[in-house]
Design a protein around this ligand. Structure first.
Ligand SMILES: C[S@@+](CC[C@H](N)C(=O)[O-])C[C@H]1O[C@@H](n2cnc3c(N)ncnc32)[C@H](O)[C@@H]1O
Length: 219
């Protein structure tokens, strides 16, 4: 169920408010866009990512969007999912009801989570840290809310390490942000490390523009 709370917009940074209103705008057509992109790029990668989530325990999905990952939730896990956009969350709530997925959906900013430290056995994100305004702050929060030994599983668009491609992505980034809300040139592997994760396994896809990152919180 979505909590009735609204984000306190007076405490919200301007950048967070911008992301929120962008995704509120995008919510109407997100699933249509996703249906086109999904079979080509992400479907197989999402499935592989979720296969590494624990079968039981507490799992948090950060940036649930419209709930595209719900079909992969482990049936034995206690699922919680957050998003900064109330319209995306509303779509997720409808999907959860339609597909009978049990998930506690909450309106929350990944950069300032309400959960106590050490709450979750795993935190999963897909295509989220390209839009969180301060990705290192968000990843520090992921580390904080994980139990020691807990897993962070991420599937993210990142800046290509190819010099020409990386520069093109830097040049195209302002337009990409305006159109979709997502930065296409984030250095998410480096950001995960900067947040304090030490043990990390990284897989590259699509010429290094998409990465699967599996990181463990030190015990
Ligand atoms: C590209 S969508 C991805 C949605 C979903 N994870 C998927 O794979 O389809 C990015 C999502 O991250 C959410 N998001 C962005 N910044 C956030 C933040 N600071 N806290 C929580 N959610 C955030 C957006 O509202 C949006 O729903």
């Amino acid at each position: 169920m979505i909590g009735t709370e609204k984000l306190p917009t007076n405490n919200e940074s301007r950048a967070a408010a911008t992301v929120r209103s962008r995704y509120n705008r995008v919510a109407r057509f997100y699933d249509f866009e996703q249906a086109l992109e999904e079979p080509v790029v992400f479907g197989r990668l999402r499935k592989a990512l979720w296969a590494d989530a624990p079968a039981t325990g507490n799992i948090l999905e950060v940036g649930v969007g419209t709930g595209v990952n719900m079909r992969h939730y482990p049936p034995g896990a206690k699922m919680t999912a957050i998003d900064i956009s109330d319209r995306m969350l509303e779509k997720a709530r409808v999907r959860a009801e339609r597909t009978q997925v049990a998930v506690d959906l909450r309106l929350m900013d990944a950069q300032h989570m309400d959960f106590a430290g050490g709450t979750f056995d795993a935190v999963v994100t897909t295509c989220v840290f390209c839009s969180v305004p301060d990705p290192i702050a968000g990843l520090c929060e992921v580390l904080r809310v994980l139990k020691p030994g807990g897993k962070a599983l991420l599937l993210e668009h990142v800046r290509s390490s190819n010099a020409v491609m990386g520069t093109m992505m830097d040049l195209m980034n302002p337009l990409a942000v305006r159109l979709s809300g997502a930065n296409i040139n984030r250095r998410t592997v480096e950001n995960v490390r900067a947040a304090g994760f030490t043990a990390m396994d990284v897989e590259s896809h699509m010429l290094g523009m998409v990465k699967t990152i599996r990181a463990t919180k030190p015990k």
